[in-house]
Design a protein around this ligand. Structure first.
Ligand code: ZN
Length: 412
């Protein structure tokens, strides 16, 4: 069996992981409505995916253990077949022993009969001798005196001898018969005891098979126990994953509701004071200013002096207000029309996640945090999560772009 304690330790660790999930889920459900952010929902989604993969692993183990179990069951059925075959052999030997016993009994009665015959013959002989004595027929005296001459005497003696000889030969035949019966009986007893020895051997073989069977039974029981535990753990994981999915849906709806409750304007407001209108980098493919490699610029760069106000381009809900190594201090605002705006490299952020903001509200100040070469605002506009060129939303605004150190009017 390849099933080992290693697999079982894995289950235990999963159960421990499950136990840890309980307080986590609890935390999520008491989270204040205003603090719902996409990042937290994404985090929960990651955890849900982790649960799913743990569950898949558990299902894999369950499959393996079920394979082990069916192998053990197969072994058990083979052992049962062997036990049945051995039992059939024992039964066959037993009937042979029975047959031998019957034959031996038969020989015993034959022997008794022969002994009785011998006894009868002996009694007859004795009777005859006694009669001859009484009648004087075998009296040596009478033979002597009744014989007319020596020849007659010899004849008389020979006659007596013939009678004795005849009786002797019958007696010898009887004795030979008895000996034959005794020999036959002894052969039968030898065969019987051989079969009895064979039976003992088969009984031992059967007992060994029974022992193996009980070991397999114990293994099956052990596997079944582990299988039950795995199934229970799998069910627990499934329940936890379902609870988490429900929580994600609830939070997503809550966030969508919150965003929907802030009507967005039809157009975007320029995110900096109007005079900061010269872009240093456009949206789309460009040579990256730091890596020097071609890449896709995800927004536009608008240089401005440090701590210049940054405005919310539309009313909405702050779904991210944090720092990371590439965007630096950055804010994401989700708008009810399905768009979102991102403001990066801020020196300082002025809003926090979950906060409702109105168009034109100061949400932060220009800086050069994260992956940046100077004070500027990196501005992105997404429509249903897809990045678009921000300048498309400012058709009415006069914009410039610096190209090769020269400032030129941007056609857009
Ligand atoms: Zn940029």
């Amino acid at each position: 069996m390849k099933y080992t304690a290693k697999g079982f330790r894995k289950i235990i660790s999963l159960l421990v992981a499950l136990a840890l999930l309980v307080p986590l889920t609890g935390e999520v459900s008491v989270m204040p409505a205003a603090a719902v952010t996409q990042a937290e929902i994404d985090d929960l989604k990651d955890q849900a995916a982790d649960l799913d993969s743990q569950r898949a692993e558990l299902q894999q183990q369950l499959k393996a253990i079920q394979a082990d179990k069916s192998k053990a069951l197969e072994q058990k059925s083979l052992l049962e077949q062997q036990i049945d075959a051995t039992q059939a052999e024992i039964n066959n030997i037993q009937s042979q022993i029975q047959k031998y016993s019957e034959l031996i009994t038969q020989k015993e009665s034959e022997l008794a009969q022969a002994e009785e015959q011998e006894q009868q013959l002996y009694e007859l002989f004795c009777e005859r001798v006694r009669y001859m004595e009484e009648e004087g027929e075998v009296s040596y005296w009478s033979i002597l005196f009744s014989s007319s001459d020596f020849s007659d005497l010899l004849d008389n003696f020979m006659m007596v001898e013939e009678i004795i000889d005849y009786d002797n030969s019958v007696m010898e035949e009887l004795l030979a018969l008895q000996e034959q019966i005794e020999a036959d009986k002894a052969d039968l007893e030898t065969s019987k005891s051989e079969q009895e020895a064979a039976k003992v051997k088969q009984e031992e073989a059967k007992a060994a098979l029974k022992e193996q069977e009980s070991q397999v039974d114990a293994l099956i029981q052990e596997i079944s126990g582990k299988e039950d535990q795995l199934e229970a753990a799998e069910a627990q994981l499934k329940a936890a994953a379902n609870a988490m999915d429900a929580e994600i849906k609830r939070l997503e709806k809550e966030m969508a509701d919150q965003i929907a409750n802030v009507p967005s304007e039809s157009g975007f407001l320029w995110p900096l004071p109007s005079s900061w209108n010269t872009l240093s980098s456009l949206y789309g493919s460009r040579i990256h200013p730091i890596t020097g490699k071609p890449n896709n610029h995800t927004g536009i760069d608008i240089p401005a002096s440090k701590n210049t106000n940054i405005y919310a381009a539309k009313s909405g809900v702050v779904t991210t207000s944090t720092y990371n190594s590439s965007y630096g201090n950055y804010v994401v605002i989700s708008h009810s029309d399905g768009t979102s705006t991102l403001y990066a490299h801020m020196n300082k952020r002025a809003v926090s996640k979950g906060q409702t903001v109105s168009q034109g509200q100061v949400i932060g100040y220009v800086g050069t945090t994260g992956s940046s070469t100077g004070n500027h605002l990196h501005f992105e506009v997404r429509v249903n999560g897809n990045r678009t060129d921000p300048v498309n939303y400012f058709k009415d605004k006069t914009l410039y772009v610096t190209s090769g150190g020269k400032k030129v009017l941007l056609e857009h």
